[in-house]
Design a protein around this ligand. Sequence first.
Ligand code: NAD
Ligand code: IPM
Ligand code: MN
Length: 359
Amino acid sequence: MKSHKIAVIAGDGIGPEVISEGVKVLKAVSKLNPEINFEFTDFPWGCEYYVKTGKMIADDGMETLKKFDAIYLGAVGYPGVPDHISLWGLLLKIRKGFDQYINLRPVKLLNGAECPLKNVDRSQIDMVVIRENSEGEYAGAGDWLFKGKPEEVVLQTGVFSRKGCERVIRYAYELARKEGKTLTSISKANALNYSMVFWDEVFEEIGKEYPDVKTYSYLVDAACMFFVKQPERFQIVVTSNLFGDIVTDLGAAIAGGLGLAAGANLNPERTFPSMFEPVHGSAPDIAGQGKANPLAAIWSVSQMLDFFGYENWGKAVLDAIEKVMVEKKFLTPDMGGTSKTNEVGDAVVKALEEIAANM
Ligand code: NAD
Ligand code: IPM
Ligand code: MN
């Protein structure tokens, strides 16, 4: 029997509410296939921990996390603690510290999910956004000069290294080749005359090694327009850290909402643990009311199963999510239902049991 050690950082706001449903699904997978086992360890890190200790994570937290096979994270950030402190103290610290340079965010309109766009066929919204996740606009570098003075100047430096750009772009080409899909780069070289000119050059250079992959390159503003007007233009998408952040919330909006958008933060070399999390945040407006949609957190469990090599179980979990959405009996208010977070989680487990019976 294979056992996987999972560090659970439920985090803030709706984080704990959705993460407990994802853990429930992982436990169900393990029960349905006793060959797979998970050992969960909970960590209390987040904004409450910060208020008590002045730290977002324990001093030896990163060392502790290194020993795990994966991290399952809810959300970080809550009113009362400045966002740049909480996020750089935990979420971004982990992504960067564990060199999780691939952020894999599927944008796929599942059966049963509502799309706000007119006249779209489900097959037209089916892409994977690969977001650079370790540097770029999120390098964390900058300066704040002449604070409070009339000549005050603030600099936020983007860092685009050859290694950093090549590895994420190569990963995207490999995925496009493996899946026989087109690859689209989203950048902005008309205005960002250093970083994005370099990005485009690297995209083209690496492309020479993949003559079999059909490529496109869009400016980010036009890409946003096409996400809405003609989402079928996109299959595999590769983009920088900030643009990837923004286009994946737009992607979530066209594919069923933030309550359904999942993401994997991968360290492909497996030198460090990878992290799985919903795309959404702590949603303070609905926290503590049982209204949070757990499907995004559960989809990220499906990504975790894929990452561990249990693709058949990853698919089964996704199929279970779809089944629950098609039946429309147990959905949270963001999807037009009246069910509580835990009832949706239970419905996914039940659907999974039914699917597993035919596996
Ligand atoms: P948010 O994603 O938390 O919420 C945006 C809107 O979507 C809200 O109306 C919320 O109710 C709704 N929503 C989000 N997830 C939902 C779910 N599962 N079910 C139903 N509705 C859902 O974004 P925000 O309000 O901009 O940010 C709130 C806090 O979360 C901030 O501190 C922000 O920095 C942080 N944040 C953290 C992460 C993360 O940890 N990965 C991601 C985004 C935002
Ligand atoms: C996300 C979030 C984070 C990001 C924030 C909270 C720092 O928006 O995971 O999409 O920008 O990466
Ligand atoms: Mn985001």
